[in-house]
Design a protein around this ligand. Structure first.
Ligand SMILES: NC(=O)c1ccc[n+]([C@@H]2O[C@H](COP(=O)([O-])OP(=O)(O)OC[C@H]3O[C@@H](n4cnc5c(N)ncnc54)[C@H](O)[C@@H]3O)[C@@H](O)[C@H]2O)c1
Ligand SMILES: [Zn+2]
Ligand SMILES: [Zn+2]
Length: 403
């Protein structure tokens, strides 16, 4: 079968690889019909999330049809249309039973203390071959798959595999309450869904911060107020528009590839921190393979965290869903401590977060397809990765058509 395979930083290829087979009684095989490229995948190719194993199939977002099930899979049969959750969970351990499926004790082959297991990630997450492929072996299929109703198309379902639930979870982590003013850092597709989620959870105002005008325009289209960090100092602008108080809650939808301003009034402060940011980049990305404009790691790994803490009100809340690798150790802990902040973070518990969101989509209350900007065949995935990585105008979210 065809699959997108990680060979090294800056080196991904469309390879022909063996079809997967059932290895455990709890496995299923799914023929993929739609996959997608995520900002998380970019961290692996830029080198800012290290520890990838050569030969790992990338991708953790997909929709497909079950073709085979192991003898312990009682809920699914060949022919079932399914959504594949990005994170893998057993459904039986202590953490799965309390809804913390991203911290399943048994799904990660590296043992109970290893943390989240997900498709197409670094060694520490499995590794488990990913979903940018024609077929996939799905471990713990009963918990990792969600049945899809006929009235939800593949295009409507694909962003329920990771993006919408992650963003919803981010708004929950940030404790969004009725009437809150919420800042969303990052207006990539996760940030866009965080805006929609914050409003649905009761936010009175949502302020989106990014440096990409076209992404800010999309945020504006969702009724967010927008701040371009290359035109204004985002912390000052947020204080100015909240009577000096700051926002009630912040969602960080940027992560480790954060950039600092390359223009505008906040550039000077970022440049003055260049030494610290460079040291952070060394820490998170020991290996990189920059090729022209491609695969350039963000130049300020802790920038979004600093702005988040700086712009939230005293006693406010911070929900971090942007991905940071274990190697990053900087967080403005003193400033957060001295503002009595509540800080929550983590990988989305897809198995428990997604079902009500699937209902919202099935009922036609929210149309996720409007945020898919590119439809490419799997065979063009490498070129699509390159355009998305360069943040080309209009490339917000790429879905991959398979088969
Ligand atoms: N926790 C989870 O379960 C989970 C799941 C999916 C994705 N993620 C993470 O969410 C993040 C966003 O994903 P995406 O697909 O939207 O990625 P993306 O790369 O498309 O979007 C990131 C956005 O952040 C913007 N940005 C860069 N520096 C910034 C700064 N200093 N301040 C504000 N914005 C800045 C970029 O311009 C870009 O628009 C990634 O880190 C991804 O790994 C987490
Ligand atoms: Zn993703
Ligand atoms: Zn479990």
């Amino acid at each position: 079968m065809k699959a997108v395979v990680w060979h090294g930083e800056g080196d991904i290829r469309l390879d022909t690889v063996d079809d997967p087979g059932i290895l455990e009684p709890t496995d299923a095989i799914v023929q993929i019909t739609r996959s997608a490229i995520c900002g998380t995948d970019l961290h692996f190719i830029r080198g800012t999330m290290s520890g990838m194993v050569e030969g790992t199939i990338l991708g953790h977002e997909a929709v497909g049809v079950v073709t085979e099930v192991g003898p312990a899979v009682r809920r699914f049969s060949p022919g079932d249309r399914v959504l594949i959750n990005s994170t893998i969970s057993c459904g039986a351990c202590r953490n799965c039973r309390r809804g913390l499926t991203a911290q399943c004790d048994v799904a990660n082959p590296n043992g109970p203390l290893a943390g989240t297991s997900f498709f197409g990630g670094p060694q520490a997450t499995g590794p488990v071959n990913g979903l940018q492929a024609e077929y996939v072996r799905v471990p713990w299929a009963v918990n990792t798959l969600i049945p899809l109703p006929d009235n939800v198309s593949d295009d409507a379902a694909i962003l329920l595999s990771d993006i919408f639930p992650t963003a919803w979870f981010g708004a929950e982590l940030a404790g969004v309450n009725r009437g809150d003013t919420v800042a969303v850092f990052g207006a990539g597709v996760v940030g866009q869904f965080a805006i929609a989620s914050a409003f649905r959870q009761g936010a009175g105002r949502v302020i989106a911060v990014d440096g990409q005008p076209s992404r800010l325009a999309t945020a504006l289209g969702q009724n967010a107020e927008i701040i371009d960090f290359n035109a204004e100092d985002p912390v000052q602008a947020i204080l100015d528009t909240t009577q000096g108080i700051g926002v009630d809650a912040v969602i960080d939808a940027v992560g480790v590839d954060a950039q600092r301003p390359w223009d505008g009034p906040a550039k000077k402060a970022g440049d003055e921190q260049a030494e610290q940011f460079d040291a952070e980049r060394e820490q998170v990305a020991p290996e990189t393979n920059v090729q022209g404009d491609n695969w350039v790691p963000g130049d300020a790994p802790s920038q979004a965290l600093q702005w988040s803490v700086g712009s939230v009100a005293k006693g406010g809340r911070l929900g971090i869903i942007g991905v940071y690798p274990p190697a990053l150790t900087s967080f403005p802990i003193g400033e957060a401590m001295n503002k009595n902040l509540i800080v929550k973070m983590g990988n989305c518990n897809h198995h428990t977060v997604t079902p009500p969101l699937l209902d919202i989509v099935a009922a036609g209350l929210f149309d996720p397809t409007k945020l898919i900007t590119q439809h490419e065949p799997l065979t063009s995935a490498v070129e699509a990765y390159e355009s998305f990585d360069r943040r080309e105008e209009g490339w917000l979210k790429t879905e991959l058509t398979v088969g």
